[in-house]
Design a protein. Structure first.
Length: 215
């Protein structure tokens, strides 16, 4: 491809899923991988929180997991170095951030160019960071949703793979809105992984945008 490159994948894309909490998007990916026609599998679940609820999903599904507690390191560099050491022990093609509540440094991301994706509960570039549903309601927005994107050093930025939207109703609360967005998150993340695994998209090296291949 002139001016860019295609994402190189294997027949079955090997995933490392990073979590910090309950792991509902991890479960969505696990459920997707159960389908023999799904072109990816999870090689590793990694958590920075020792008692993260999502680790139970890994246990239930016989998926290896590792804990790298960031509190045990003096700085981010040491923390990320240990994560890299862990990843070397597993066959990993793509890192999926699924509620991983630590920002990765540019030096970490550079080791995995265009091989780290994230899901965020808003229609980026709107509402980067935390409290996305609260901020959408405060703005009297008509819709919100979720975004799956490739990770760049700037928080919640990078080429957008796909988005799914939901309407915001007058009687919505943060809780009701979060529930409705989460349903779409659980659909969006496996869909995005499938697109990458099937090489349906390519990133332009010149302007960091995504090209969608047509059948």
């Amino acid at each position: 491809m002139d001016g860019g490159y295609e994402i190189v994948t294997h027949k079955s894309l090997k995933l490392a899923v990073f979590i910090s909490g309950r792991g509902s998007n991890l479960k969505a990916l696990i459920d997707a991988c159960v389908d023999p026609d799904f072109p990816a599998e999870i090689s590793l679940v990694l958590s920075n929180v020792e008692n993260a609820g999502g680790l139970e999903y890994a246990t239930q599904n016989n998926i290896p997991y590792e804990i790298v507690n960031h509190h045990k390191f003096d700085d981010k560099s040491g923390f990320e170095k240990e994560i890299q050491n862990v990843l070397k022990r597993y066959d990993v093609d793509l890192i999926c951030l699924a509620g991983f509540m630590r920002l990765l440094s540019a030096s970490f991301i550079d080791v995995w160019p265009d091989k780290i994706i994230n899901i965020h509960p808003s229609l980026l570039p709107r509402y980067k960071g935390l409290d996305t549903h609260k901020r959408a309601l405060a703005d009297s927005a008509f819709e919100t949703g979720c975004t799956v994107h490739f990770v760049r050093p700037e928080m919640d930025s990078g080429p957008i793979i796909l988005q799914k939207s939901v309407p915001i109703f007058p009687d919505d609360t943060e809780k009701t809105l979060a529930v409705r967005v989460l349903v779409q998150e659980h659909r969006a993340y496996p869909q995005a992984v499938r697109m990458i695994a099937q090489n349906d998209i390519a990133i332009s090296g010149k302007n960091d945008t995504i090209n969608h291949h047509q059948d």
